[in-house]
Write a protein that binds this ligand. Structure first.
Ligand code: NAD
Ligand code: DGY
Length: 294
């Protein structure tokens, strides 16, 4: 089966490599053509536009930053909608606004193209290992048809509801991750300011109730002063903005998310938008005048 893959960035590149490893033939495309080279070495064909990708494949995965890019790739000039063969399935694995997923789904459906929204969690390390968590919205029969493709990149693939439910699930994930990083930063700045070694605090608590996947992934990055992304603050701001917009649309309340959003915005203004989201610790360090390090 031929699969298209559009968006070969930090996540898309290792995800598409895992599809090649699983035996699928790929047609790829990225705005930044230098991102295509490693896939070409593995035998992938390059197409010049999303339309050209769609003309050649049965299933097409998109992994781009946000809703405007998904709309452009799917519905824009030379977009997927212009090149799709009958029966094409689009799996959008980007993290975007649930409302945008529904809009793109409906526009594609009007042309007979099926779509799932299937964002992921686990970051670059799990994308490389092929152990991502995939959260999927859309028609259950289409989900069943695409399960093996998504499983080739993932440890778990869970259908959470109709179209848009994948991205609602991802917004919930992003709220939990952001608040966990803030809690970790707040706690480690307290310990450091109190004169207790934050590395020892981390080692002491990681096996207790405060332990978490986020703590184990992000505390070592802070302690090593390694803020190379991973997942950029800019992209997490995008997700929290989508969460806050969605909460306003439906009448949910996200006061803690709003507070962490404000902290991330402050870091972006300070020039740290392209740092890993673990750099949220720097917000606390600046206020407490400490450095959380080994
Ligand atoms: N980095 C992570 O840890 C992580 C984890 C889970 C989910 N995500 C989500 O996955 C998505 C991708 O994230 P990423 O970290 O790989 O970002 P990235 O910026 O590294 O990659 C995005 C890629 O999309 C390409 N692109 C953008 N617009 C395009 C277009 N119109 N046509 C073709 N290519 C286009 C860019 O050139 C880039 O290579 C985002 O929605 C992000 O929120 C990221
Ligand atoms: O869950 C994740 O992988 C990170 O929060 C980035 O989306």
């Amino acid at each position: 089966m031929k699969i298209g893959f559009i968006g070969l960035g930090i996540m898309g590149k290792p995800m598409s490599k895992n599809l090649v490893k699983a035996g699928y033939s790929l047609v790829v495309r990225d705005h930044n053509v230098s991102n295509e080279a490693e896939l070409v070495e593995l035998g992938a064909i390059v197409a010049k536009t999303p339309k050209e990708v769609a003309e050649q494949v049965d299933v097409l995965i998109t992994m781009v930053p946000n809703s405007p890019q998904v709309k452009e790739v799917c519905l824009g000039a030379n977009g997927i909608i212009e090149g799709a063969k009958p029966g094409l399935i689009v799996i959008d694995m980007s993290s975007i606004a649930p409302l945008a997923s529904r809009e793109v789904h409906d526009a594609l459906a009007a042309k007979g193209i099926k779509m799932l929204d299937a964002p992921v969690s686990g970051g670059e390390p799990k994308a490389i290992e092929g152990t991502l968590s995939v959260m999927v919205g859309g028609d259950k029969a289409v989900f069943d048809q695409c399960y093996d493709i998504m499983k080739a990149m993932a440890g778990s693939v869970v259908h959470t509801g109709d179209i848009g439910a994948g991205n609602v699930t991802k917004l919930a994930n992003q709220v939990i991750v952001a608040l966990n990083i803030a809690a970790m930063s707040e706690a480690l700045s307290l310990a450091t300011k109190a004169g207790v070694n934050p590395e020892l605090v981390y080692q002491a608590i990681r096996g207790g109730l405060a332990g978490s996947t986020v703590l184990d992934a992000k505390a070592p990055m802070v302690l090593d002063r390694n803020f190379k992304p991973g997942f950029r603050i800019d992209l997490h701001i995008k997700d929290l903005a989508n969460a806050l917009d969605t909460s306003h649309e439906i009448g949910a309340h996200l006061p803690l998310t709003a507070a962490v959003m404000e902290m991330m915005q402050t870091l972006k203004v300070d020039g740290q938008g392209t740092s890993d989201h673990s750099a949220l610790a720097c917000y606390y360090e600046k206020l407490a005048k400490v450095e959380i390090t080994r």
